[in-house]
Design a protein around this ligand. Structure first.
Ligand code: GAL
Length: 378
């Protein structure tokens, strides 16, 4: 009997020791209790859903807790989400901002000593953060402008038979929209000046031409807004003209413009204008494969998210001069990309990739699409 009792006591002791070890092992590492807030702008543009999921995955792979929020293009909602993260004790925020209306919420984060990384969109007119990570968005616009230059053979166009173009821009509340537009018109303006490319509708010479830029901008990047404006152009300024090209700043707007054109007998036969885009969305890769959209730009947001988390990890570990593999710290002429209007923040730039019918497989090979999207792209 005594032997049995001894064995039971020994067994009990072993279980106790094992349990206490196991509790220690299951205790999250220090960073496990660190919360990173992922504040995304919207979900009606596919890429932001991918961004949020990738940011969360990479943060958790480094032992952080990470929560994603989406603001549905409502700045008050986004500010509320930021303030909730501050209350929840988040130690860093990664923000894809909607507009300048975010500035007071970012100021609250600064007061709470919470570092902010502006994610893909600069937070304008704020001195309350130090880091911005994005793609070279001016180059995105250059890709769009060059695809029109080549696609319309502008180098050989004549004033006797000028090519025609209509301009669309992204949301005037999004700093990126200005870089996209300027990258494109810096390629196209010389042809407009020569009279071999004729603009149909409003023509801001650069994004600094505010009134004209606002008239081609698309509120909150909403496809319905672009479709309505394209329909209006086709019924008015472009009624008696065949458009050779439309500068569309991203894929959701490109597909809305295609939709409006296909309702117009001039284009319904498929001889659409050359229409640009960006974001390498699956539906636009299909549109490129079927000849309706001319190009897009692959901005591997999986890489952007991984780079943002590498940056966040270094900031949280107190690194004063973070280095982000795969991203270039904007310096020299490029440093202006980090100019918020109140300070120059450290801007880390990733490389966008031009995509057309000849290399549409690049985002597929990069694993950018979901299995369902890949099936549709086959
Ligand atoms: C921009 C971004 C683009 C596109 C657009 C629509 O800020 O740089 O890639 O996603 O927003 O959301």
């Amino acid at each position: 009997m005594k032997k049995i009792l001894l064995i039971i006591c020994l067994l009990f002791g072993v279980i106790l020791v094992f349990n206490s070890c196991n509790k220690n092992n299951s205790v999250k590492t220090d960073s496990g209790s660190i919360l990173i807030g992922l504040v995304m702008p919207e979900t009606h543009v596919d890429r932001w859903v991918k961004d949020g999921a990738s940011l969360k995955r990479f943060a958790e792979s480094r032992g952080y807790r990470a929560e994603e929020t989406f603001a549905g293009t409502d700045q008050n909602v986004q500010n509320g989400q930021i303030r909730t993260f501050i209350k929840e004790g988040a130690k860093l925020l990664i923000i894809g901002s909607l507009s300048e209306g975010i500035i007071p919420a970012v100021a609250d984060a600064a007061k709470a000593k919470i570092p902010v990384i502006a994610y893909d969109r600069i937070i304008p007119n704020s001195a309350d953060y130090d880091y911005y990570i994005t793609f070279n968005n001016y180059e995105v616009g250059t890709f769009q402008g060059k695809s029109i230059e080549d696609g319309l053979d502008l180098k050989n166009a004549t004033t006797a038979n000028p090519k025609t173009i209509a301009f669309f821009a992204g949301a005037a509340t999004d700093g990126n929209a200005f870089f996209f537009y300027d990258g494109a018109v810096d390629v196209l303006n010389p042809y407009i000046d020569k009279g071999v490319l004729k603009v149909i509708g409003p023509y801001p010479r650069t994004s600094k031409d505010s009134a004209a830029f606002k008239s081609i901008a698309t509120e909150n990047w909403q496809a319905a807004v672009a479709e309505a404006r394209m329909k209006d152009l086709l019924a008015n300024e472009a009624r008696d003209v065949r458009l050779d090209a439309v500068l569309a700043p991203n894929d959701t707007l490109a597909r809305a413009i295609i939709k409006a054109c296909l309702d117009d007998p001039k284009y319904s036969g498929g001889n659409l204008p050359l229409i640009t885009g960006q974001d390498a969305e699956a539906d636009s890769i299909l549109a490129i494969k079927n000849g309706q959209q001319s190009m897009t730009v692959f901005k591997d947001t999986t890489k952007l998210a991984e780079a943002a988390i590498i940056l966040a990890d270094q900031i949280l570990k107190g690194e004063a001069n973070p280095v982000v593999p795969g991203a270039t710290l904007a310096a020299g002429d490029l440093a202006v990309i980090g100019d918020t209007g109140k300070k120059i923040v450290k801007a880390f730039l990733l490389q966008p990739i031009f995509i057309n019918k000849d290399n549409w497989n690049i985002p597929v090979q990069a694993g950018y699409f979901t299995p369902e999207e890949e099936i549709r792209l086959k």
